[in-house]
Design a protein around this ligand. Sequence first.
Ligand SMILES: Cc1cc2nc3c(=O)[nH]c(=O)nc-3n(C[C@H](O)[C@H](O)[C@H](O)COP(=O)(O)OP(=O)(O)OC[C@H]3O[C@@H](n4cnc5c(N)ncnc54)[C@H](O)[C@@H]3O)c2cc1C
Ligand code: FES
Length: 257
Amino acid sequence: MKHITDFVIEKREQLGEHYFSLVLRHPGKLPPIAAGQFVEVEVKNCREVLLRRPISIHDVDEERNTLTLLIQVVGKGTRQLSTLKEGEVLNLVYPLGHGFAVEGSRPLLVGGGAGIAPLLHLAKCYKRKGVVPVILLGGRTKELIPVREAFEPYGEVVYATEDGSLGEKGLVTHHSRFADVYDHICTCGPTPMMKAVGRYAVEKGIPCEVSLENMMACGIGACLCCVCDTDEGHKCVCKEGPVFDVRKLTKWLDAAR
Ligand SMILES: Cc1cc2nc3c(=O)[nH]c(=O)nc-3n(C[C@H](O)[C@H](O)[C@H](O)COP(=O)(O)OP(=O)(O)OC[C@H]3O[C@@H](n4cnc5c(N)ncnc54)[C@H](O)[C@@H]3O)c2cc1C
Ligand code: FES
């Protein structure tokens, strides 16, 4: 069931130049939220932004009834959201989409850029099952991998940066821990990164879930603007994804971009 709710911004934190996080308090009891689900955020006071913006649920605190969003400022809507202050209200449609399966006893979670956002709630879900994932986070520089410490209680966290400022130098798929033995892979981030991870998983026969970040408008399967051509036909990424089993995305994997 979907909800449209005004959340109060309990905490706003600036995370370097490009990212900020918002801890949002629900007025009542939060419904169950799967790792990988997202919200559609209303952007107020910005005439150029009519549509809500899709943002992953980064963290959930069921006891305190709070959600956390991790947002990268990339354009008009996210810039407007970055001006919000503690105590203000943010309207969300949530929880949307189909999340990660939380499977495997030796999983690898691979995140890049803002794609690290859903992996924190996912790592916590694994921990609740008694499973410790390897969490491989990548970015061009150290500054572009925010909230690193938040992951540390929930898995073995390793890093890859293109400039070598944190962890191993190079792409996540070249990290020395990438080719260890895993029985499940989950990934979210830039499309070329997810394709490289997905192709490797298919080649090795490892079950792999990717969280697609297609352009979205309605977020509920009504406008068809987010459709992906899967092996089972056209699917709305907002409703039937954003998380898909990579074995059903042959055309997406084969396409150059
Ligand atoms: C399921 C899902 C989860 C996401 N989770 C996060 C997250 O946790 N944190 C985060 O920082 N970002 C996340 N994104 C991306 C985020 O939605 C876009 O960065 C945001 O909508 C851009 O809005 P804007 O007005 O600032 O940018 P615009 O000024 O509209 O455009 C700037 C850039 O953002 C891209 N973009 C614009 N609108 C969308 C849209 N509706 N969907 C996808 N890309 C768009 C455009 O291609 C363009 O390159 C997610 C996207 C999806 C689909
Ligand atoms: S965003 Fe409208 S159908 Fe997916």
